[in-house]
Design a protein around this ligand. Sequence first.
Ligand code: AP5
Length: 222
Amino acid sequence: MKILFMGMPGVGKGTYAQIMKEELGIPHISSGDLLRDVAKQDSDLGKTVAGIMKQGKLVSDDIMLEIIKQRIQQPDCEKGFILDGYPRTAEQAKMLNSLVEITHVLHFKADDEVIIDRLGGRLVCKGCKSIFHKTGNKPKVEWKCDHCSTELHTREDDKPHVVKQRLELDAEKSKPLLDHYNGEGLLVEIVINKPIHDIKDKVVKRIKDYVEGKSDSIGEIE
Ligand code: AP5
């Protein structure tokens, strides 16, 4: 299972990838998390990546390819992986094709106002990177991770002016990318407007059924 999770910033890819990695027994690789680790490094590359992310722009295709290539060659990826946030341009998709054969591409969708609310309220664990939300997916103890008790924080790029830039860039880049995977017959849509506590179990079942070949589509989860 070499699965891609795609969709607009804040739609919920990372949240469901963290859940599905346990269900499917394969690692979750978040391009954003890999880059945030690189951005902390005191190196030229670290400084370049940090500067790009702060503005909500995209890191270059060549840098991305090298980072993803190194990660998917790790032994834990032998049985497969969930790749979340990569590829993000049609060029990156072509580069990925030369490395590995992707088996499933899930396009997560939600209404614009739902996405703005999800980004505005997101909280992330500084330790294990678990994702929460101030109202929709609250931690049991305020500002503390349910899994490792580390402090939660708001992502630097969730500030309103950076969010605007990220959403505009996504609107420009996503169509050719989705067309690419549609053309390969790999793309399915999954629509997740409802709060996570109402639909989580259904989402998990529908994704499992799809990637295990028991169904041939996913659609809207009500
Ligand atoms: P990245 O970290 O990948 O950010 P993104 O794609 O913008 O996606 P997000 O992490 O914002 O959203 P998500 O869909 O994972 O939502 P989440 O699950 O957290 O990338 C960051 C930056 O890195 C980019 O801007 C770029 O600079 C760079 N970069 C990354 N990949 C790159 C690439 N391939 N090429 C070049 N540059 C790259 O959910 C959002 C919130 O909603 C959470 O708070 C969650 O709790 C909440 N929520 C509420 N209800 C629900 C529900 N029903 N389902 C899911 N979540 C819900």
